[in-house]
Design a binder for this molecule. Sequence first.
Ligand SMILES: [Zn+2]
Length: 460
Amino acid sequence: MNRNLIFACLIVLQSNVFLFSQNDDDAFYIKEIYNYSLSDAKTYEYLRGLCKDVGPRLSGSAGAATGVEYVKTNLEALNLDRVYKVECMVPHWEHHNASKVSLDIDGKEMQLNCTPLGNSVSTNGKIITGKIIEVKHLDSLEKLGKDQIEGNIVFFNRPMDPTLLSTGHAYGAAVDQRVYGPTKAAKFGAKATLVRSMTTLIDDLPHTGVTVYDSIYKIPALAISTKDAEYLSDQIEKDPNVQISVFSDAENFEKKLSHSVVGEIKGSDFPDEIILVGGHLDSWDLGEGAHDDGTGCAQSMAVLETLKSMNYKPKRTIRCVLFMNEENGLAGGLSYAKQSNDLGEKHIAAIESDGGGFTPRGFSCTAEESVFIEHFKTLNTLFEPLESYDLYLKKGGGGADINPLKSQQGILIGLRVDNARYFDLHHTAADVLENVNQRELELGAAAMTSLVYLIDQYGI
Ligand SMILES: [Zn+2]
């Protein structure tokens, strides 16, 4: 980022931190929300259940189906006005941890830490062996052309940029290799693809994530750990003809019926104005889907649990939605929005937590500049009782699951967190309960509940 751009960003950030006098009742209520969230709320218990009793919740798996029942039962226990499921057809993809990537170094087999990418195809029970072509960018494939790629194994090895302050931006700038690299390499005749894991950390954990094929070009695609990506790159430099063997046991099955789950407290004055809080219920199958996105689900459920336990009677309808299939298809977000549009509903605001259960920094929101300045600066003021957390709203995105609600022209909001450590764990076997800090998780739930309360009180 150049210096002018950094300066411009700083001005935008500062202009969004407003200082206004606060309303005493709101200050009192928000403090009560924090008191409950940090003492008696069930946020961590919800997350513990999702991670330890349910476990990984890959779309189409038995775990995902158990997850649906788990959140439904827990929402029903809150005595809400309505709890229901919304159908969606999800991909059903599996692998069985037998995939292997190995190098032949002077007759010695060196195994690399790998995992198949989500939705990827298998090697059909065979081991594919070949020469490796290392590239950093998708464009490099055109430069090399079919002559150099055909019959070989393409290795995408562009690291996430550690100098970008937002790890989310660094991820966004590197993830094209994983999402579109394999199908593009297939068009040039590659027979398999390896992709460097999406993290700034150099370690042994392979990070999975979705790859998207076009309808014709499908070749096996696997992630390897960053440490092994560096090792592999070194070996190619020593011997450009070094041979690699790839075996993938990934399998795609017929689509399956699955569900998102909704819990609702009906509004007293404006029942047709919906305020949504949500996260995604599905996860990858390597860990427990703790930060991605058990924390967002637990926090969203805790918003309703907290308001109920405080005996709060909302003016507007408040809904918690646990979406299915964000990771490899977005079927839950799309079917929820379709059903909502068909019913002529209006979401005035939707808040998604899908950046990990880390310390909250505030919210990003899609509001028009005029709305943002006139209205949200007041909300910023109301966050003042939370002095030490310096929460504030800034312009930005909402979240993948709530984006399909854009046509209803409400405001889409994302919980912003300190994301420095998120991509150390994201889509790995280390995304487990033990790597979530209870207090950080609860602070996020408290921030979400407070914002829901303020939007309920003042509208948009
Ligand atoms: Zn997620």
